[in-house]
Design a protein around this ligand. Sequence first.
Ligand code: GLN
Length: 492
Amino acid sequence: MDPFPSLRQLTDGLARGEWSSAELTKAAVQRAERLGGPLNCFITLDEEKAMSAAERADRRLGTVCATPLTGVPLAHKDIFCMEGWRTTCASRMLADFVAPYTATAMAQLEDAGAVTLGKLNMDEFAMGSSTETSCFGPTANPWSLEHSPGGSSGGSAACVAAGITVAASGTDTGGSIRQPAGFCGLAGLKPTYGRVSRYGMIAFASSLDQGGVLARSAEDAALVLSYMAGFDPRDSTSSKHRDPWLEAVPHAGVGELEDGHLTIGLVKEFFADPPAGAPLIDAARRSLEELGLRCIELSLPHIAMAMPAYYVIAGAEASTNLARYDGVRFGHRCADPQSLADLYERSRSEGFGAEVKRRILTGTYALSAGYFDAYYVRAQKIRRLVAQDFAGAFAQADLLLAPTAPGVAFRRGQLMDDPIAMYRQDAYTIPVNLAGLPALSLPCGLQDGLPVGFQLIANHFDERRLLQTGAALQRATDWHELRPSLDWAEAA
Ligand code: GLN
C-alpha cells in the first residue's frame, strides 16, 4: 500500500476487504511509535483502546451501518475531551485530567466508526504558533526536525505529514489549523464559525475558536468535516444552517466546481510585503486561472489592525475562560495550601506556562475597569470593521486568495524569546477568525525544501466553493503529492 494513501483509498480497501481496520490500526500504531519519538507529536497513544475500536469497526464493515470513516484510524488534538481519555491541552494544569464526556465533534466521528489512535501535541491551551509551549515538549516538523511544524495544531500537522494518520482534527482560533498545515505541506480547513460544535472542545477564546481538520487533500478534509459538522444544542453559538452539499459529501465527494466562472480576489494588503514563496503562490493563482477562475485585486483597508485587535479579544476571552482552573474542582492543585488565596495563587502559578500567563495578564488588563473602553471596546470596533471589509470583498469576489503565513517553517527556538514576532505568524490568518469565515490552506510547492502554503477564504457557510475549488486545483496539480523524505527516521 502507498504509505501516504488518501482517505478514499483506505475506505475503498476496507470495503473490498483488502485490509481490515485492525491491520490499518496496528500499522498506524507502529508508525506512530517509530516516528512519534523524534517528532513528539503524540501526547497519548493508546494501542489498546485503538485496537478495540478497530475490532468493533471490523464487525461493522460490510453491514449497512458502515460509513466511509468506519475503521479509519484518526488522531485528535488534545484539546478535544474524549471520555476515558486523558485530555491535557498540553498544560500541566490538566496533565492528569481524564475527560468524563466526549466533545460533540469527536462523538460524531466515533459514531461514524472512525478509530481514535491517540491525542496530539499542541501549544498549551492552543496559545502559540510553534507547538513549543506544550508542557510535553516541542513537536518537530517531519520535513526537517530542526524546524517547527507551526502551531498550535502542530502535533496534528506532524502526524498527518508523516503519514501516521490520513487526517487529524485541529482547532483554529487565529490560524492554528492553517499555519501548521502550511508549514507541513497539508490541506488545513478552518470551517465557518458555528459549523462545528465547540462542546467539549476546551475553550481558549470562545468567539473565535473553531474545530476543523488537517488532511493531505481538500477532498479528504471535506469528508472528515462532513462528520464533524452539524448543529449542536449544547453549543449556544452552533449554527442551525443546513448544508445538503456537505451532507452528500460522504457518498458523492465534493464534486466538480459547480459554477465555472468564479472570481478570486487577491487581497492587495496581503501581498504588499511579499511573503516567502510568493512566486509559488503566484503559480497557484495561475493554475486557478487555468481552471477558468478570474482574478481581481481588491483591498481590505482595516486589515493591519486585525492582529492587535485579535490579541486583545483573544486574551480577554482567555482570561475569563481560564479562570475556572483554580485548583478547586479540577486541574492541578498545589500541595498544602495555607489559605484559599494561596490555593488559587500557587495552583495557577504552577499549572500554567509563561505564554498562557502572558495572555491571562494582558487579557485581564484589557478588561479592567479603567481600560475596558480603550482596549476591549476598541478591539471589538476593529473586529466589526474587519468583518465589514470582508463583506465588501465578497460583494466583488467569490473567494479570496492570501498567503497562509509570512514565511516557511522557522527553526525551533527561533521565535520563542520574541512573542511579537511569534504573533506576526498569524497576520494573514487572524482576520478570517475575526470575521468568522471559512478558509482552506493548501500547499503550493517547496522553498528551500520546506512547504509553502496559501489560503483560499470563502464567505460564511460557503465551504462548498472553497473545497470544490481546492479539489479542482488538486486534480490539476500535484503539490499535495509532495512528501517529506523522513530520512531522519531511517537514520534513527
Ligand atoms: N497563534 C495564535 C495565538 O497564539 C492562534 C492560536 C490558535 O489559532 N489557536 O493566539
